[in-house]
Write a protein that binds this ligand. Structure first.
Ligand SMILES: Cc1cc2nc3c(=O)[nH]c(=O)nc-3n(C[C@H](O)[C@H](O)[C@H](O)COP(=O)(O)OP(=O)(O)OC[C@H]3O[C@@H](n4cnc5c(N)ncnc54)[C@H](O)[C@@H]3O)c2cc1C
Length: 464
């Protein structure tokens, strides 16, 4: 099938969190936007599986673009969150030292936080750590407290960005992997599996395939994606009573390390690992690594030793051969790249979008004026610390009892302006089948509701 999309200002390749934020920013600025996504829904790549922390940038490389984008995005997230109904679990974080060597590194981390403008970070003693977190193992020595590191819902935020972009006229093409591209005059001719289109410019937000897309468009790639897997264990909801603050390790040069944090959905999460791998598609979970995560969690919070596990999952960071984001612009070619957005992209996406738009606007202008009064988009609340749909009357019954998902919530997602294209997308929009039984009890009823309404056939292991 070939559909022809009218000429646009910008074709965005990839509907991960960066592509969704990019679409919103360009649409807000009056540009005509098309988003081309290989998967059957938004968040088909790296963005579907992360730790969901909204970072302050306290430990980012000073002066880096990453730091700039994170901090700008942090402020923007706070400014739009009430209007869009985006949750924020105000946890704060502690970088905990468990050995003398780690404790010696804390003052350097504090100095870095201060250099990065995170002026409310401070060192706290073992006694204060344990007063804040009484369930922590007693051998913790001290910590750096970062009060404004928080937890978000990693799926509702990009959904809100994409939905607002669409309300502003952006068009989303799913199951549309970019297959070839040709530049002719000042125009890109793009061929996808779902049709062809022409665009003045292209923004590469293809995550784990960003280098391939750059090579396809420009003949060679300036970076190489080196996927880095992160595995996670999700403990039962009862476990979340054991910890309030995000518990971060003293970071190494390679990774932020294993984090213990509550989720917005009322669970406790431990992970991620940092494992280099060749494959760029679905990451596997592996028993020894999961066992090691569970063991480490139990060492830090002994009450977790007997706590049941609800789920396990893995994500792939679109890391590259260098530590920094790979953002660059070829204005003459009409090519912009937001590549190598490795471990902070959920936080930084709004800032990356603004930065790339600013680069683009130096050479191009949008076809319309910036939108003065953007359409108000509100996503449904899935966070456990705020009222959920099942607590309101008229919800037409609970469909998923583990996560207390109502029939009304599933119907609303299926009828929403940007409905899920696959079962994973439905789970991310409602949390159905994401609890203790992982869909064992509710899958048949969900399947009958979804019949003929998803782009892709329903596959039960389509998680997270
Ligand atoms: C384990 C882990 C933990 C993390 N923790 C955090 C955290 O706590 N806080 C935080 O801020 N960030 C975190 N991140 C980082 C964040 O998740 C990533 O930075 C972010 O998801 C990258 O988004 P992206 O949009 O660049 O890429 P992606 O999400 O991969 O999006 C790229 C999209 O492009 C599509 N695509 C690929 N090729 C094509 C093609 N040929 N045609 C069309 N479409 C194509 C893909 O299907 C995909 O949907 C974490 C990441 C991982 C993996």
């Amino acid at each position: 099938m070939t559909i022809s999309v009218p000429d646009t200002d910008v074709a965005i390749i990839g509907a991960g969190v960066v592509g969704c934020a990019m679409a919103r920013r360009f649409a807000l600025e009056g540009a005509r936007v098309v988003v081309i996504e290989a998967g059957t829904d938004i968040l088909s790549g790296a963005s579907k599986a992360n730790s969901a922390i909204l970072h302050t940038g306290f430990d980012a490389p000073p002066g880096s673009l990453e730091l700039h984008c994170m901090q700008q995005a942090y402020d923007e997230y706070l400014s739009i969150r009430n209007e869009m109904n985006l949750p924020l679990l105000e946890t704060g974080a502690m970088v905990a030292a468990w050995t003398a060597q780690e404790e010696e590194r804390l003052p350097d981390l504090l100095a870095q936080a201060q250099e990065n403008g995170v002026s409310d970070a401070r060192l706290i003693s073992r006694a204060e750590v344990l007063a804040r977190e009484p369930h922590l193992a007693g051998d913790v020595r001290a910590a750096l407290l970062v009060p404004r590191e928080h937890v978000v819902d990693p799926w509702s935020a990009p959904l809100a960005y994409a939905t607002q972009a669409q309300a502003l006229g952006a068009r989303f093409m799913f199951a549309a992997p970019l297959q070839s591209a040709r530049r002719d005059g000042g125009t890109w001719h793009l061929a996808t599996a779902a049709g062809e289109l022409r665009a003045r410019t292209v923004v590469n937000c293809a995550g784990l395939y960003g280098d391939h897309i750059e090579a396809m468009l420009t003949g060679a790639s300036r970076f190489e994606i080196r996927p880095r897997k992160g595995q996670f264990v999700v403990f039962d909801k009862a476990a979340s009573a054991l910890l309030r603050t995000i518990l971060l390790p003293v970071p190494s040069d390679r990774t932020k390390g294993i984090v213990l944090t509550r989720t917005a959905f009322g669970n406790l999460l431990v992970g991620p690992t940092a494992e280099e791998q060749e494959a760029r598609d679905r990451p596997d979970v592996t028993r020894p690594e999961l066992d090691a995560l569970i063991a480490r969690a139990g060492e830090m919070v002994p009450g977790l030793r007997d706590m049941p596990v609800t789920a396990v999952y893995a994500g792939l960071r679109p890391a590259s051969e260098r530590k920094e984001y790979r953002v660059h612009a070829d204005a003459d070619l009409g090519y912009y790249c937001a590549g190598g957005i490795r471990s902070t992209g959920l936080t930084a996406s709004l800032g990356i979008a603004r930065h790339v738009f600013d680069l683009w606007a130096q050479a191009y202008s949008a076809s319309g004026p910036a939108v003065a009064a953007p359409p108000v988009v509100k996503v449904p609340n899935l966070a456990e610390h705020r009222p959920r749909d099942w607590q309101r009357p008229g919800h037409d019954g609970i469909l998923c009892h583990c996560e207390m998902v109502t029939t009304r919530e599933v119907e609303a997602a299926l009828q929403s302006p940007l409905p899920p294209g696959d079962f994973g997308g439905l789970r991310r929009r409602t949390r159905c089948a994401m609890g203790r039984c992982q869909g064992f009890n509710c899958l048949a009823r969900i399947a009958s509701l979804c019949e003929g309404r998803l782009r892709a056939p329903m596959v039960s292991e389509d998680a997270p």
